[in-house]
Ligand binder design. Sequence first.
Ligand code: ZN
Length: 81
Amino acid sequence: MPPKKCRALLSQLSDYVDGSLDPRLCKALERHLRTCPNCRVVLNTLQKTIDLYRTVGENEDMPTEVRERLFRRLDLTEYLK
Ligand SMILES: [Zn+2]
């Protein structure tokens, strides 16, 4: 179970990867990522999976349903809440 701060930030991670996250929150997230290897691993995994999806999926935005499946697969469901 990641610390509370990580959970709060990781819940923003899919928006961050989408580029739809508020710039101020992006900054806070990036600051945290610099100091937190755990969150960096999660971000890397998510980023790779999404890149893969985009390559296969004709550059469409990832539907919520797919994202939820992905988060479940990555065992990140607690971040979806
Ligand atoms: Zn963290």
